[in-house]
Design a protein around this ligand. Structure first.
Ligand code: MN
Length: 271
């Protein structure tokens, strides 16, 4: 009887350990299949995005950029856990939308990768996701006044910038503020809704777009807008924001995103 009980306890323990290992995806029992080799130009753009965002002060040692796999919409590409400015094409890993790596290659995955997988699941229109702790944006996640566009380059914010609070997520993993699992990621994706940006209370923000170039521009201008809005609010009196109509018109007519990308890329690689 004692022996039988021991076997049961051992089996339960083995299961618990196994579940833990799988949930951390140290070893996925059946790794997802690859979406095949990604276009080297896309990989180069993803590397450039990491470097640009570090150079522009949007990313520091933390934060990450992902792109949806062009060969399979159920896969995405993102660097292993590494400071963004150090990322090269060899560091790019492939994940399924549950954020399980196709091939871990003995490397460490980004802990908050679920942000990316769950947003790619929820938003078919999104092909790039950026999670940053860009500093000027933080105050708008912890105070009552909403973030709104104060100049044309950030007019995409006219649709509204929701604030997501991890504290409201009923999940024991949420206590540490990070997006540690798919359920927390789903909650974040739900608050993002159909918009371009969601703020994370006391943590950072997420910016999405249909291309990595557009996402980078939005992440940079979200940070700049936060600085400018803070200055405008400090001057006192009512602020004359970009209106919804102006924002919608800008969305329609602003076509040239390559000029910013070329400049940021040149500056980032000259460092
Ligand atoms: Mn984070």
């Amino acid at each position: 009887m004692i022996r039988f009980a021991f076997i049961i306890v051992a089996a339960v323990l083995a299961l618990a350990v196994n579940t833990d290992v799988v949930s951390n995806t140290v070893i996925a029992q059946t790794p997802p299949t690859s979406g095949d080799a990604a276009d080297p130009v896309l990989l180069e753009d993803l590397v450039a995005a990491n470097r640009i965002l570090a150079n522009e002060g949007v990313l520091d040692a933390y934060g990450h950029v992902s792109v949806r796999h062009p060969g399979n919409p159920d896969r995405y590409l993102m660097s292993r856990s590494l400071a963004p400015i150090l990322v090269t094409a060899n560091d790019i890993m492939e994940y399924d939308l549950d954020s399980i790596p196709v091939d871990l290659k003995g490397e460490r995955s980004v802990l908050e990768r679920f942000i990316h997988g769950e947003i790619f699941k929820a938003r078919q229109d999104v092909n790039a996701v950026i999670h940053s702790h860009s500093p000027a944006v933080i105050p708008f996640g912890i105070t009552q006044g909403p973030m709104r566009p104060v100049y044309h380059m950030a007019s995409f914010l006219h649709v509204g910038v929701p604030v997501w609070d991890v504290r409201a997520v009923d999940d024991p993993d949420a206590a540490g503020l990070l997006v540690r699992n798919g359920a927390i990621g789903t909650s974040l994706a739900s608050t993002l809704g159909a918009g371009p940006v969601v703020l994370m209370r006391g943590h950072g923000n997420v910016v999405v777009a249909s291309s990595v170039q557009a996402a980078v521009a939005r992440a940079i201008y979200t940070e700049v807008n936060a600085r400018l809005q803070t200055i405008a609010l400090g001057l006192g009196g009512p602020v004359n924001y970009i209106s919804s109509e102006e924002g919608a018109a800008w969305d329609k007519f602003s076509g040239d995103t390559t000029r910013g990308w070329d400049l940021w890329k040149k500056q980032a690689f000259e460092r």
